[in-house]
Write a protein that binds this ligand. Structure first.
Ligand SMILES: *Cc1c(COP(=O)(O)O)cnc(C)c1O
Length: 394
């Protein structure tokens, strides 16, 4: 077993990321990093992952021109990278299937995951069913009530859903419970973290498995247009879909934008906009931009989209923002809802509320001079129908 990490543990000049984990987790984190490095350098693992992405996830996902929406927002060309077409409805399965393959390769007997809205839990439960590993998903009690259909989906895939009753009974508490469970069972269990967050090596592992989005999109848009777009844009919760889309475009001369949840107000507790609203702090093992009160206590957040409703920004995206490599914008609940309706009515595509935050800023890109835009459509909106119905009075 190595005694030091091989890969860089920090991002950027601000030193975001790191591994702020209890001693009991250091051995499994070191073991995970060395297994990850070995796997991605092993052609047999890459071949197996590529096959699962094709046969189970449904990759490559389409790059869909959206000419009617482009015209409405003042762009010449708009291309949607369709992660809503992935099996289970969002990009989360790209990471889940890859990490469950990694767990099998490591000889683990079971998988642990956490979930907030349930999307990552559903993706991990499906991947575990496919690959034949038992799965336990930790989920806050409040979230289990709000997201009952996803609890049923996970159970149908054979997963055990453990209710977490501490605190507010939401994602933050579920992550704590999953980390504790992993510390107790790390010799036999792998913890599949769902976003580009947590202690090293998780942010690097998740971003690397999600980079399939940007690699495909880059090749597709070059094939289609013979040129790169003027801008790429995606929504950002923890940062997995946005960093996966943007990573292959980091050295290109184009604009890169991520959009946070502006919620329903600008006061602490009314949004999940960590850039501007947040300060540097540590949560769930990594140092990053964090919404917190004066005492450093993690603040409450609010967003109409559960997937963006998290107090910490992924450390790699935070470093890109700090260095001016991405611009961080926000969209309010109402703007996201209106943008969802616009995509539905003009293009016949029902987007997730999370993805709608990126759609809501297209007019700003056009106003700033972009003519061709690539947008990461992270998921489909079927899971959000009850919110759309009540908020849009359908
Ligand atoms: C979870 C989720 C997000 C936010 O997570 P990231 O890690 O920031 O990508 C965005 N869109 C959808 C559809 C999601 O399910």
């Amino acid at each position: 077993m190595p005694s030091r990490f091989e890969l860089p543990t920090r991002f950027g000049r601000a030193g975001f990321g790191g591994c702020y984990a209890p001693e009991t987790l250091m051995t499994p984190l070191l073991e995970l990093e060395s297994a990850f490095v070995a796997a991605i350098n092993d052609p047999a693992f890459q071949r197996e992952l590529t096959e699962q992405l094709r046969d189970f996830v449904g990759r490559p996902t389409a790059l869909t021109p959206a000419p009617r929406l482009a015209k409405a927002v003042g762009l010449e060309h708009l291309y949607l990278k369709r992660e809503d077409q992935c099996h289970t409805g969002a990009h989360k399965i790209n990471n889940a299937i890859a990490q469950v393959l990694l767990a099998k390769r490591m000889g683990k007997y079971e998988v642990i995951a956490e979930t907030g809205a349930g999307q990552h839990g559903v993706a991990t439960a499906a991947a575990c069913a496919r690959l034949g590993l038992p799965c336990t998903v930790y989920m806050g009690r409040t979230d289990m009530e709000r997201q009952a259909p996803n609890v049923a989906r996970m159970r149908m895939f054979g997963a055990t859903v453990e209710a977490v009753t501490s605190g507010q009974g939401t994602l933050k508490e579920a992550v704590n419970a999953a980390l504790r469970a992993w510390a107790a069972r790390c010799d036999r269990a792998h913890y599949v973290l769902g976003s580009a967050l947590g202690p090293h090596p998780f942010p690097t592992i998740v971003r690397s498995f999600q980079t399939v989005i940007g690699n495909e999109a880059r090749a597709q848009i070059i094939e289609r247009r013979g040129a790169l777009p003027d801008a790429v844009i995606a929504c950002v919760g923890g940062g997995s879909n946005s960093s996966g889309l943007i990573a292959p475009f980091l050295d290109d001369a184009l604009r890169r934008v991520v959009v946070e949840a502006g919620g329903h107000g600008t006061a602490l507790g009314e949004h999940a906009a960590r850039v501007g609203g947040g300060r540097i702090g540590v949560l769930h093992g990594c140092r990053t931009l964090l919404l917190q009160d004066d005492a450093g206590h993690t603040a409450e957040t609010a967003s109409v989209s559960a997937g963006l409703d998290y107090p910490a920004l992924g450390p790699e995206v935070a470093a890109w923002a700090d260095e001016g490599r991405v611009d961080v914008w926000r969209a309010s609940d109402d703007e996201a809802l209106a943008a969802a309706l616009e995509l539905c009515s003009l293009e016949g595509i029902l987007p997730a509320l999370e993805s709608s935050h990126a759609l809501a800023r297209l007019r700003d890109l056009a106003r700033d001079g972009a003519r061709t835009v690539l947008l990461g459509l992270s998921g489909r909106g079927d899971k959000d129908l009850s919110t759309y119905r009540s908020r849009l009075e359908l």
